[in-house]
Design a protein around this ligand. Structure first.
Ligand SMILES: Cc1cc2nc3c(=O)[nH]c(=O)nc-3n(C[C@H](O)[C@H](O)[C@H](O)COP(=O)(O)OP(=O)(O)OC[C@H]3O[C@@H](n4cnc5c(N)ncnc54)[C@H](O)[C@@H]3O)c2cc1C
Length: 416
């Protein structure tokens, strides 16, 4: 990675094949993938790396599916985690503390874990380390993108410090409120769940043995995700109106609330490293592309964390986009041309729409206390679980592992 611009044409212009607006987990991963293939790439973020690695920035973890791990391996990021990723060996789903379990054991689909739980800060650090190894990638941060001008053959990005970036393709990876999406006038559909997630990590007495648990409570799902060591990441979604009360509790009372929900399978628990809150909603963009623009990850889809799929979908977006870009680039074709971009949009739309639909349906079905729905849920979970190798259960497991549909080369473990 260079810290200054490659081959400026004027004092202020920076030139790249691809300019990525937004260096969150998705934008950084795309930069790493393109840089690994040698594509001249600029990744721009308004936040400084020091702030993004600080204690107050993001206390979340990500459940990285088996398919996403392959993408991060191919982009050269995974090696920089240095083993700091907790394998998920078992997934248990329970409805309101009832004994009816939906139980997924990774051995039913092969010898690989379903995925890994990784702290976002650990993932981000690994991404910065990877970009530093890549001579064709420039990471510009902190500097805000203030305007885009996307012409027929080239796009120009204006930065807050007055510099301009010229590129064949702009990739919008700038999150839910994306400037890039607004610039293209792309509409959204979406809604709120009236739920807020509290993310917190706990240390505990007994080992978790790689077991991830999702408990559906009427006020929202409560997830326990196994990190390395005797540590578990908690994603506690609750009614938004109740969350200020929980956030205001002192350490003893907050620990008691956590322990009451977790139960005794982990022994005594102790929160470490702060509490972080995230209001929950979903949204989907009407289109993923426009002239010299492709959008990825949360710029086009955001969802409830109930299934831990948001970034996994984003990583599949960028694996597909990186593939169409690299294919065009190797043939000397226009990486920002309409044919390249349409191939990307066609590829990703079905997977994203289906997962958004399933996630929204699950959230609404399980976040309530209506008696007939409770019965239906119990029967449904028992039915899916009762035949250990039935195709539906296997399909669910393969979805959780991110290995369904037309897989990009990176997901198949092949180089770009
Ligand atoms: C509680 C919770 C738990 C979750 N758990 C999981 C999970 O287990 N598995 C999973 O797959 N997903 C999970 N998700 C979803 C996941 O966290 C998101 O999908 C992911 O963080 C989105 O990353 P992103 O890079 O697309 O967007 P962002 O993280 O929003 O990054 C956007 C970046 O763009 C930059 N930016 C914005 N505008 C500009 C501008 N004008 N100029 C320059 N820079 C700009 C911002 O500074 C930011 O760095 C969870 C979400 C929540 C809320």
């Amino acid at each position: 990675m260079s810290t200054e611009a490659p081959a400026p044409t004027t004092d202020t212009d920076l030139i790249a094949d691809v300019a990525i607006v937004g260096g969150g987990l998705a934008g950084l991963s795309l930069a790493a993938a393109l840089g690994t293939a040698g594509v001249r790439t600029l990744c721009i973020d308004r936040d400084s790396p020091a702030h993004q690695l600080g204690a107050t920035f993001d206390g979340r973890t990500t459940a990285i599916s088996h398919g996403s791990k392959k993408i991060l391996e191919g982009a050269g990021v995974w090696a920089h985690l240095n083993g700091d990723a907790g394998p998920i060996l078992d997934i248990r789903v329970t409805d309101q503390n009832r004994p009816t379990f939906l139980h997924y054991d990774h051995r039913e689909v092969g010898d690989q874990p379903f995925g890994y739980i990784v702290e976002n800060i650990v993932l981000r650090r690994a991404q910065f380390a990877r970009l530093a190894e890549l001579p064709s990638v420039t990471h510009l941060a902190p500097v805000e993108v203030t305007a885009l001008d996307r012409g027929p053959t080239m796009a120009t990005i204006t930065l807050a410090d007055g510099r301009r970036v010229r590129a064949r393709l702009v990739v919008g990876a700038d999150g839910r409120g994306s400037l890039c999406r607004k610039d293209a006038g792309i509409a959204l559909v979406g809604g709120s769940y009236d739920q807020t997630a509290i993310a917190v990590t706990v240390e505990h007495e007994f080992p978790h043995h790689g077991v991830a648990v999702e408990m559906f409570l009427p006020s929202g799902p409560f997830a326990m995700l196994p990190l390395t060591g005797n540590r578990t990441s908690i994603v506690w979604s609750d009614k938004s109106a109740a969350v200020p009360h929980y956030m205001g509790l002192d350490e003893v009372a907050f620990t008691a609330e956590l322990q009451a929900r977790i139960g005794d399978w982990l022994g005594a628990v102790r929160p470490i490293g702060g509490r972080y809150i995230f209001p929950l909603s979903w949204q989907h963009a009407q289109r993923y592309i426009d002239r010299r623009l492709a959008l990825i990850s949360e710029t086009i889809h955001a969802m409830h964390p109930i299934a831990g799929q948001g970034l996994n979908m984003g990583l599949r977006d960028l694996a597909a986009l990186a593939e169409v870009i690299v294919d065009a680039w190797r043939l000397g074709l226009d990486v920002g041309g309409t044919a390249t971009l349409e191939r990307y949009q066609r590829w990703r739309r079905f997977d994203n729409v289906s997962l958004l639909g399933v996630t929204d349906g699950l959230t609404r079905l399980f976040s309530n206390d209506i008696a007939p729905l409770k019965v239906a849920r119990g029967l449904g979970l028992a039915a899916v679980n009762s035949a250990p190798l039935m195709p539906l259960k296997k399909l669910f497991m393969r979805h959780a592992m991110g290995i369904v549909g037309e897989l990009p080369r990176l997901v198949r473990g092949e180089p770009l």
